[in-house]
Write a protein that binds this ligand. Structure first.
Ligand code: CA
Length: 701
């Protein structure tokens, strides 16, 4: 009481500073189990990856609604230091936003102003990028008792002081000699932090590990697939792996890795004290090569429930038995309670890559219903009694090429879906990619390289009835297993969704649009457009009485790395950003020069056979990252004109700190030079094209 008069006489600026200080100091990231269990009761915060433990990505904030959405404008933006992929869902707690960015960097940002509070760079070695199939992305951080946790591309789990960003501890969670990566967000529960891993395309064995949040000491590990029987794991999965091994055949799988990498969804269920892990695809993809063409290969493509304290197996449901298609079940799981057959039941909602929407009883793991949400050519339907798919005749493409849908990118991938308990609908960014799978002749396992034993190419049938590449945001009714509305998107690969208590759905797309839709009809109500693709999941929070909607913008992921955007003029991908919106926001985005340098063909003449040899090497080793618009277009490279400079990059690793590893383990200097010859030809063609266009435009009347 004595202090009160003094405060009243403080000058306004000091008072404002004091308020700011208070707010920053009050940014108490001291979340514990009871606070996380009750996350739904503090909608001003976004405490966990999917909002709450149920991961519904549903906000009960109701300030922004259809009636006033015209007044929703940019409140602030924060620019990252890179144009690499942005896939993180930020967390927000008491006015502070915590997010990760490409290269596993972590940022704490004032959620009201966009001012950086601190950032942390784990200094991932650049050459690790060659093991990241789908860019050096990171999907987010976790908060627990004053710490922030992040998994890194090079397989570490790191704990930081949430207030200052200071390093607390780090543990190497993967075998550094193997091509593992971590892109997923850790999850926290009961003084444990859990992290998975990725890398099944390259040949690894997936697992999740729980660590003590205070010390980083390992508590338990669960392997998703069996390993070499001669080398015991001494892990929580030991007893169930004996059972799982009966579904695998031959002796190759454990040399190849087997796969099952849990690279994204892991959901803790406080109601039942269970943990659900989404397991990835087989390694290699092709079951003929991996497991003598037979067996379910547990736990590939499965949801596996574990005891969170011990890692002991509880139950599993396998969505893609005997996976041969890169059908991961790593896609985000949502926990809900739904009225089914007159009873209120705890369910898990899942739309994995394989194209079926599953409603699973999460007490028992029993399948309650399943229906395809995109066309599926690998299975006709799911038998509810047995829980097994009815495979189509040529699903395993072992009688010749087979048009396979969904393709390896999935009918739905990591882009988070959202469930609104108000509408009862799930909002899913879906994809269609008609791909023809075939057996790879003479498969030869090369350590550290793509090892999938499958060839795939775009379906050549372009007749009017043939399936096309497409993407859409759909609203799916999980009770009746049917689509309620659909909004087609301009490209296949689009952004995650957020639903709100005012029946809005926010979702971005590949063309840089951030849209709001009517959650009941799909009618578009609002749009903000900027140059970077928006792939990540949006969040909503409140600071000082104002509701915000925020999302990360930035291309990335497999698609944009490998494929140029066919419908827009080529440009450099802009730097990634956090965008935050509020009613009456007045911020504008800084403009960026997105023009590309000109084609830079050397004057030399290369022999046709060298150029042709280079084309093959380029297809095998270069295109998957340099074919798109994220990484440098090699036709415009300054080193293209200089044989020794080119060699110093490709073989010598001169740019390895930026992610361009030395390719000496995989190609020779002669092959590197043949790639230069091939790219030189392409650069010449590009230069001619460009000058023809310029001439044409000059000749216009
Ligand atoms: Ca995969």
């Amino acid at each position: 009481m004595k202090l009160l008069p003094a405060i009243l006489f403080l000058p306004a600026a000091v008072l404002a500073a004091a308020v700011l200080q208070t707010r920053m100091a009050a940014a108490n990231p001291d979340v514990d189990q009871s606070r996380l269990n009750g996350a739904a009761a503090e909608p001003q915060n976004w405490l966990e990856y999917g909002g709450t433990y149920a991961e519904q990505r549903y906000s009960t904030l109701d300030q922004i609604k259809a009636a006033n959405i015209g007044g929703l404008h940019l409140a602030w933006s924060y620019q990252f230091d890179t144009n690499r992929g942005q896939e993180a869902t930020p967390l927000v707690i008491d006015g502070v936003m915590y997010t990760s960015s490409a290269w596993s960097k972590v940022f704490a940002i004032d959620a009201k102003t966009g001012r950086e509070i601190w950032h942390y760079d784990p200094k991932v070695p650049g050459p690790k990028a060659v093991f990241a199939c789908c860019d050096v992305v990171n999907r987010g951080v976790a908060l627990w008792k004053g710490k922030v946790f992040v998994g890194t591309i090079d397989g570490r789990l790191i704990a930081l002081d949430a207030k200052t960003g200071a390093f607390e501890w780090s543990v190497v969670t993967t075998d550094p000699s193997k091509p593992y990566t971590i892109t997923g967000a850790p999850r926290v529960f009961r003084d444990k932090v859990i992290i998975g891993n990725g890398g099944a395309e390259y040949g690894v064995r997936g697992y999740v590990t729980a660590y003590d949040t205070a010390t980083g000491k390992q508590v338990w590990r669960f392997y998703m697939v069996p390993g070499d029987p001669a080398k015991p794991d001494h892990a929580a999965s030991d007893s169930i792996m004996a059972t799982a091994r009966k579904t695998w055949f031959g002796t190759k799988y454990y040399d190849y890795g087997g796969g099952g990498t849990p690279w994204d969804s892991m959901v803790y269920d406080p109601e039942l004290n269970q943990l659900y892990i989404g397991a990835g695809n087989g390694s290699p993809w092709n079951r003929e090569i991996r497991s003598e063409g037979k067996g379910d290969n547990l736990f590939l493509g499965s949801v596996v429930a574990l005891n969170p304290d011990t890692g002991a197996y509880l139950w599993h449901y396998q969505e893609s038995p005997g996976d041969s298609w890169d059908y991961t079940s790593t896609q985000q799981m949502i926990l809900a309670t739904l009225p089914i057959a007159g009873k209120s039941r705890p369910v898990l909602l899942h739309a994995p890559k394989n194209g079926f929407f599953y409603v699973i009883d999460r007490k028992t793991g029993r399948l309650l219903s399943a229906k395809n949400f995109v066309p599926t050519t690998w299975a006709d339907h799911i038998d509810i009694a047995t829980g097994r798919p009815a495979f189509t005749a040529d699903a395993y493409y072992n009688h010749g090429p087979h048009l396979n849908m969904p393709a390896s990118l999935g009918g739905h991938s990591w882009h988070p879906m959202s469930f609104s308990p108000r509408t009862g609908l799930v909002y899913i960014p879906i994809m269609q990619l008609p791909i023809v799978y075939d057996q790879q002749a003479n498969f030869n396992y090369v350590p550290g390289q793509f090892n999938i034993a499958t060839t795939f190419k775009l379906n050549e049938d372009t007749s009017p009835g043939a399936p096309k590449i497409s993407g859409a945001l759909i609203a799916w009714d999980p009770l009746n297993q049917k689509e309620v509305w659909r909004v087609p998107q301009p490209e296949m690969w689009n952004g995650g969704a957020l639903s709100t208590a005012t029946d809005l759905v926010f979702a971005g797309n590949a063309h840089g649009e951030f849209n709001a839709y009517d959650a009941r009809t799909g009618e578009k109500l609002w749009q903000f457009k900027q140059p970077a693709a928006i792939m990540a999941g949006p969040v909503s929070y409140r600071v000082d009485g104002e509701q915000y909607v925020a999302v990360l913008a930035g291309a990335g992921g497999a698609g944009p790395l490998a494929m140029p955007d066919s419908t827009r003029p080529p440009q450099r991908q802009p730097f990634g950003r956090v965008l935050a919106f509020k009613l009456g926001g007045t911020a504008t985005l800084p403009t960026e020069d997105l023009s590309l340098p000109p084609a830079n063909p050397p004057a030399e003449i290369f022999a046709a056979d060298v150029m042709q040899a280079g084309a093959a090497v380029y297809l095998d080793h270069c295109m998957v990252c340099h074919g798109g618009s994220v990484l440098p277009d090699l036709r415009r490279s300054t080193v293209l004109t200089d044989k020794s400079a080119w060699n110093s990059v490709v073989i010598g690793g001169a740019y390895s700190s930026q992610g361009m590893a030395s390719f000496a383990p995989w190609i020779t200097s002669d092959q590197a030079e043949s790639v230069r010859a091939f790219v030189a030809g392409q650069a010449q063609a590009l230069q001619q094209q460009t000058s023809a266009k310029q001439t044409k435009s000059r000749n216009l009347p």
